[in-house]
Design a protein around this ligand. Structure first.
Ligand SMILES: Nc1ncnc2c1ncn2[C@@H]1O[C@H](COP(=O)(O)OP(=O)(O)OP(=O)(O)O)[C@@H](O)[C@H]1O
Ligand SMILES: [Mg+2]
Length: 230
């Protein structure tokens, strides 16, 4: 197995910690709905952390809060810390660059192929000095490690024109984020679309080993126990 993807941030060992998170839906100064209250937790480097909860429990909301994606109608209070740094307005941009977020629903261009969308993400988001040959090589490695070789050049497809499988789509979405070399990856419901994703977990995180926060829904807990070793 390749180990070229084990990167500096991991060796530096920065964990993600959050405490007293309170997320409210507000209208002016009035709280319309309380979404998160007193949420706390940690995700340590080189570990996969699973958060489970029933539908509507607030998993996606927690991820939005942790990745600084709360809109104007949501008010967030509490503390988020990355390593020793408390995240605030002055450093949220730097923090967000180290963070990758794979959303619950895949947002992929149906007429592209996995290789094309991962290459596009790499070209757009990696340093400009990276040559096209380096990018092609990197993309090939990611495709192999994500178990996408056999569908790498197939159309992604959608509801009308069937293309690659649900699991392959989810892994393509993960590839789009991993190729940018994040320190933290947040995966929202990786198994509700694709149980096959979990079967690749060990492989993926042995090869790309990094701080990972994995989010799963309640119903798949037996699969999580099977696939997460600690
Ligand atoms: N912007 C918003 N406006 C109104 N309600 C919201 C908003 N964001 C979240 N909620 C509510 O907060 C609760 C938590 O939603 P969230 O999407 O975080 O749940 P979840 O745990 O991810 O559920 P699922 O497993 O179904 O994805 C739900 O009741 C949802 O309706
Ligand atoms: Mg959700």
């Amino acid at each position: 197995m390749r180990s070229t993807f084990v990167k500096r941030d991991i060796l530096r060992g920065e964990g993600l910690f959050w405490s007293n998170l309170k997320l409210d839906l507000v209208k002016g100064d009035t709280v319309v709905k309380s979404i998160l209250k007193g949420a706390w937790g940690e995700a340590l480097p080189l570990e996969t952390t699973a958060i489970m909860g029933a539908s509507g429990a607030g998993k996606t909301s927690l991820f939005n809060a942790l990745s600084g994606r709360t809109g104007p109608k949501l008010r967030l209070e509490g503390e988020i810390r990355f390593g020793n740094t408390i995240i605030d307005d002055s450093n949220v941009g730097i923090y967000q660059k180290k963070l990758a977020f794979v959303a619950q629903e895949d947002v992929l261009n149906e007429t592209s192929t996995p290789r094309e969308v991962i290459r596009f993400s790499a070209r757009l988001r990696l340093p400009k000095a990276t040559t096209n040959e380096e990018i092609d090589e990197l993309v090939s490695d990611y495709l192999t490690n994500l178990g996408l070789d056999k569908c790498a050049d197939s159309e992604i497809g959608g509801t009308i024109k069937k293309g690659i499988s649900g699991g392959e789509k989810k892994r393509t979405s993960v590839g789009i984020e991993l190729v940018t070399d994040p320190s933290i990856i947040l995966l929202d419901e990786p198994v509700s679309d694709s149980i096959s994703f979990l079967e690749h977990l060990d492989e993926i995180f042995t090869n790309f080993g990094r701080l990972t926060l994995l989010l799963l829904s309640f119903f798949y807990r037996h699969l999580v126990w099977m696939h997460l070793r600690e």
